[in-house]
Design a protein around this ligand. Sequence first.
Ligand SMILES: [Zn+2]
Length: 272
Amino acid sequence: MAHNKESLFSHFSLGRIPVALLTRRLFTRCFDFILPPRCPESGKIVDKNGQISPQVWKNIDFIQPPFCLTCGKPFEVIEIASGGADSTQVPDHLTCGDCLSHPPHYDRARAAMMYNDSSRSLILMFKHGDKTLLNQSFGAMLAGAGADLFTHCDLILPVPLHRWRLLRRRYNQSALLAYKLHALTRIPTNPFILERVRATPPQGHLSPLERAQNVKSAFFISPKNAKKIAGKNVIVVDDVMTTGATANECAQILKKSGAARVDILCAAKVVK
Ligand SMILES: [Zn+2]
């Protein structure tokens, strides 16, 4: 049977590594030698594109337990009257007052880091500055922060952008995170199930109530897509969780459309 040049080339291998892969690695090495990858924040040389330098990494406020098991808000450590590092009392397995008084539609929300001075510029570069390769670092952070959500998860869905905003920005940063999580966990992802049908104004300076009103009925799931999530455990991925209004609205329509469980996973969370 005759083989064309391409198929012969792709099947030829040195040991177990195909020659095509070796060639690509060689080109990457040469290119990296001429223009080494740099941390987008510090400008320091790093091993791979999209990596964050150790100097920047160590300043990030990663969210650690104890936190609210529903919304993921970190609890402050309550010091016992005598004070001192060894005399702290940590609340365990608790739900915060906000979640008790107003239970959200989602089941659990987790975030990798606090949205503050240490992470803001990284997030903004990723979201608005075309530094899309940051999804490599953010994806790894999300995989760690969401480890307890992946058990029995069937589907990862990104928070969608409205089509006009997607056209202007050219990419959906949440979809990039979802694809990276899919690569790390092998859990399927689908950016088309959850649709944004109403173009909502930016929420930067809105109050929690205004944010909730702003995203009201902004999302849609068609009957055809509802069949794909019926009875499924879903993780919704976003870049930043501020008041949780967007996450809540997504969870509400996903559950109305038949999802069994809806968890939220974000790169950063605003904690006030
Ligand atoms: Zn909470």
